[in-house]
Design a protein around this ligand. Structure first.
Ligand SMILES: *[C@@H]1O[C@H](CO)[C@@H](O)[C@H](O)[C@H]1NC(C)=O
Ligand SMILES: *[C@@H]1O[C@H](CO)[C@@H](O)[C@H](O)[C@H]1NC(C)=O
Ligand SMILES: *[C@@H]1O[C@H](CO)[C@@H](O)[C@H](O)[C@H]1NC(C)=O
Ligand SMILES: *[C@@H]1O[C@H](CO)[C@@H](O)[C@H](O)[C@H]1NC(C)=O
Ligand SMILES: *[C@@H]1O[C@H](CO)[C@@H](O)[C@H](O)[C@H]1NC(C)=O
Length: 585
């Protein structure tokens, strides 16, 4: 039994990790000013979270007029070459990073399905009331260009499902420009679903309501879970028919087009470098690397002859970190191709993702992924695969010695990942300090969860909420996930070990432990059935459930009455079991 447990911990550990320190800090700073009118949170819970943002919004300095809002493409256009060929037709593109491409306006009437106040005000310095204007509908769906905008489609390549796929590129996304906000941050605005580009291949350049609702909700949910991610400002839906074969089974249906306005500090991917290396554009590869380092890795000295090596080491570390954080919340990305992996190690490209419900290291969110290449337990290894491809792309700019060093750095990935996972899961269990049996304690628990098919999110959450007395008495009334777990024949053994481990923590109390654990173990994640229910309504122009979910998932660590009423922390409904993930997007 013990060896099985250890092996299992390592299976998961080999596939997940994260910095607990960062998570803890983040969670305590969660700022739901997106929903400052939230009075549904129970008092005892909300007092745990100082509902205070890091910056105080200065309402008078928010822009009320979209015409004052300016983006800029200058920096990118001055530093990086643009496609010499003009026109929005599909082609092979060489010797550039971007192609100019004008968005194709969505056919109206347009409707604002959702907007994120936290992004609109906190990042874009816009008063949230502007999202209700007609202008906003057009700007945020590609019908009009923001002042200063030169819309661009990015040229990249990538390894898809294990093989080099050649040129890919933004096939339905348009970069609009950079916005420098009051806090001194620079964000890149991008539309997704805004029409064809030179990189559209056989695609129609559109995104449907279904996949857009999922991207909007999940990227915001991930942010508030403390996981690095792109953000979403708005979701606009149209009446434009878009044909999709949702399950790749020949059943084509007309759906409706939608556009998400999304933001990231940078949209460059591993595939952005790969395409340059693969096509022998080494000067351009160096140019892009220098640009990325200058803009996004300010701690790397541009004159340092080892700068590409330090860059690589940073990406290796942060990727290990990111995947560990995915594991900590049971997130499976679903398509971890090198073109879906950010150089800044943030979560991007929300497609057939899923949050694991019953604990299962083989959980596969994309129901068409029969081989389980991108199962949740495979993510750490896929991360390594993608970093190997990054290293291959960097070889032309590394000396022989540096190439050897880079290989050694890559060998360190597994350790970094395991260390992060270890830290994270210790925090999830409220463990302080270090004990040689901690790995076994974690592995033992996960093995029991797997055997009993306990819910990943709620098992950890209920362990955070359960009182010392309830634990001692094994009283799990109203704790459905813990109750499932407690049916394991070795549960008592584990619990005794756990309680003994906790009892040896000096200067700790059960209340402190609960407090710490509730700040890292969310009560609400975007379960597939929750998204599906909101999507069905959104397709009938009822956006109330999108709004509700957006609101609730902005404070995932706080118990909220409306969420409890909606059953978001309850055992998933029967119909959820039969649900398939909507794959084509
Ligand atoms: C808010 O912003 C306005 C305009 O930028 C400025 O004049 C004012 O002093 C600011 N107020 C606070 C409290 O920062
Ligand atoms: C990556 O992590 C390793 C192990 O923690 C550390 O030694 C190394 O300095 C880190 N690299 C960078 C560039 O931060
Ligand atoms: C991720 O990459 C695949 C190809 O590897 C691409 O088809 C897809 O559009 C990307 N996913 C998303 C959600 O953008
Ligand atoms: C799901 O997996 C299948 C099989 O690997 C793949 O062809 C398909 O592109 C995946 N779906 C998405 C949206 O990535
Ligand atoms: C079990 O815990 C619940 C609180 O969740 C409490 O109301 C109940 O009295 C406890 N039952 C026993 C037998 O201690």
């Amino acid at each position: 039994m013990w060896s099985t447990c250890t092996a299992l911990v390592f299976a998961l550990v080999a596939a997940s990790s994260f910095t607990s320190v960062y998570v803890l800090e983040f969670c305590q700073n969660i700022s739901p000013e997106c929903h400052s009118d939230d009075n549904t949170a129970s008092n005892s819970q909300s007092s745990l979270h100082t509902v205070k943002s890091k910056w105080t919004l200065n309402a008078s300095s928010l822009m009320h007029d979209l015409n004052q809002f300016r983006v800029s493409c200058k920096k990118l256009l001055e530093a990086l070459p643009i496609d010499k060929v003009d026109g929005n037709f599909v082609r092979t593109v060489k010797n550039c990073i971007f192609s100019k491409s004008i968005p194709t306006p969505l056919k109206g009437p347009l409707r604002l399905a959702a907007a994120c106040k936290d992004v609109i005000e906190g990042i874009l310095d816009l008063d949230a009331s502007v999202t209700r204007s007609g202008d906003f509908l057009h700007y945020a769906s590609g019908g009009r260009l923001l002042p200063g905008s030169v819309p661009l489609a990015h040229r990249y390549g990538g390894h898809q499902f294990g093989y080099w796929a050649g040129q890919l590129g933004d096939g339905r996304a348009h970069f609009l420009g950079q916005y420098s906000n009051k806090k001194g941050e620079v964000w890149e605005l991008q539309l997704k679903g805004s029409g064809k580009t030179p990189y559209s291949r056989s695609g129609d350049g559109r995104a449907v309501i279904r996949s857009s609702v999922r991207e909007f909700l999940c990227s915001e949910a991930m942010h508030f879970l403390g996981v690095p991610t792109s953000r979403a400002a708005s979701l606009i839906v149209s009446e434009e028919p878009v044909l999709r074969d949702q399950f790749y089974n020949g059943n084509v249906k007309a759906e409706r087009g939608a556009v998400v306005l999304r933001l990231a500090k940078s949209w460059f991917r591993i595939g952005s470098l790969e395409i340059l290396s693969q096509s022998g554009e080494i000067d351009l590869l160096r140019k892009l690397l220098n640009f990325v380092i200058d803009e996004h890795f300010p701690f790397i000295n541009p004159d340092n002859p080892e700068k590409y090596l330090v860059f690589f080491s940073t990406v290796v570390n942060e990727t290990a970190d990111l995947i560990a954080q995915w594991m900590s919340v049971g997130f499976a990305h679903g398509v971890c191709n090198t073109d879906n992996f950010s150089i800044l190690s943030i979560t991007i490209d929300y497609g057939p993702f899923g949050f694991m419900e019953s604990y299962n290291p083989n959980f596969i969110p994309n129901t068409s992924d029969d081989e389980g290449r991108y199962s949740i337990g495979a993510q750490a290894n896929i991360g390594l695969f993608n970093l190997e491809k990054l290293l291959v792309a960097l070889i032309p700019v590394l000396t022989q010695t540096q190439q050897k060093q880079a290989k050694i750095i890559l060998k360190g990935y597994a350790n970094i990942y395991q260390m992060r996972v270890h830290q994270i899961f210790k925090a999830k269990l409220g463990l302080l300090g270090e004990d040689e049996d901690d790995n076994d304690l974690i592995a033992f628990l996960l093995k029991m969860m797997e055997d009993t098919e306990s819910d990943f999110t709620m098992t950890f959450r209920e362990l955070s909420e359960v009182s010392a007395n309830q634990l001692l008495n094994r009283n799990f009334t109203q704790m459905w996930a813990l109750d499932d777990l407690s049916h394991h024949k070795h549960f008592s053994d584990w619990l005794n070990k756990y309680l003994f481990r906790l009892s040896r923590q000096q200067d700790d109390s059960h209340l402190d432990r609960q407090h710490r654990m509730k700040n890292v173990n969310p009560r609400y994640v975007l379960r597939n059935w929750m998204a599906e229910s909101a999507i069905r309504k959104a397709e009938r122009n009822d956006f109330s459930e999108v709004e509700l979910l957006h609101h609730i998932l902005s404070s995932p660590f706080v118990t909220q009455e409306t969420a409890e009423e909606a059953g978001y922390a309850a055992r998933p409904p029967q119909w959820a079991r039969r649900l398939k993930v909507s794959c084509s997007s």
